[in-house]
Design a binder for this molecule. Structure first.
Ligand code: PGA
Length: 248
């Protein structure tokens, strides 16, 4: 099955209104030819979500997290309903920085993904092992357990993307070998098909962790890699479009 690639940028806690010029430059570079090959998305901080979502049709806009509840006494949190209301189409859930900094478990992540699905947002569900887990030979079992417990039972290709991001590769300049990426993505694919049937073949599995223009072609060519989740290199239009252009 051929699955259209997605390159999504995670701006993390970076970006002020002045950064909207980078987004404008991305939109200009994302011509029809590129758009026919690859979907693009930027996930800015919540403060820029509305401005970006209003200014964009071709490049989708997503949030970086949501609360599992619809509304209520949760100071500082943003609900999936609010994200959809500002015109965004997706939300990242379970990023390893949130799992580590905010103690989010896979059960929390599943509830957030459910909240996203409830309001018609795509949930980009992040999974990934630590260095210690990889060195201990547990990478595959840890990630498959995260996939099993973070994805809601009704997940489908139309509302769910899985992002495999080894924790030790995020922001470090390190990447796994292509053989390790292929082994992991194939294991995730097999688990998705076992659980969701044929639709499991269409759920996009992104690779994330130090993706740059210089290594994107090699990583994106790996079997069962259907695009990238990009952190640092998504902040500059030239780098982000450079990565997306491997699909041109
Ligand atoms: P990085 O981040 O590309 O800066 O390594 C990836 C991510 O955390 O999504």
């Amino acid at each position: 099955m051929s699955v259209k690639a997605l390159v999504a940028g995670n701006w993390k806690m970076n970006g002020l209104s002045a950064s909207l010029v980078e987004f404008e430059a991305m939109k200009t570079a994302y011509d029809d030819q590129l758009a026919s090959k690859v979907d693009l998305m930027i996930c800015p901080p919540a403060t820029l979500l509305s401005a970006m979502a209003q200014a964009s049709d071709a490049i989708a806009v997503g949030a970086q997290d949501c609360h599992a509840k619809e509304s209520g006494a949760h100071t500082g949190d943003v609900s999936a309903d609010m994200i959809a209301d500002c015109g965004a189409r997706a939300v990242i859930v379970g990023h390893s920085e949130r799992r580590a900094d905010h103690g989010e478990t896979s059960q929390h992540v599943r509830e957030k993904a459910q909240a996203a699905h409830r309001v018609g947002l795509t949930a980009i569900v992040c999974v990934g092992e630590t260095q210690q887990e990889r060195e201990g030979g547990k990478a595959i079992s840890v990630v498959l357990e995260q996939v099993a417990s973070s994805l809601p039972g009704h997940s489908k290709a139309g509302n769910t993307v899985v992002a495999y991001e080894p924790v030790w590769a995020i922001g470090t300049g390190l990447t796994p070998t292509t053989a390790d990426v292929e082994e992991m993505h194939t294991a995730i694919r097999t688990a998705l098909v076992e659980r969701f049937g044929e639709d499991g073949n269409a759920i996009r599995i992104l690779y994330g962790g130090s993706v740059k223009p210089a290594n994107a072609a090699e990583l994106m060519a790996v079997k069962n890699v259907n695009g990238a989740l990009v952190g640092g290199a998504s902040l500059k239009a030239s780098d982000f479009i450079g990565i997306a252009s491997v699909y041109a």
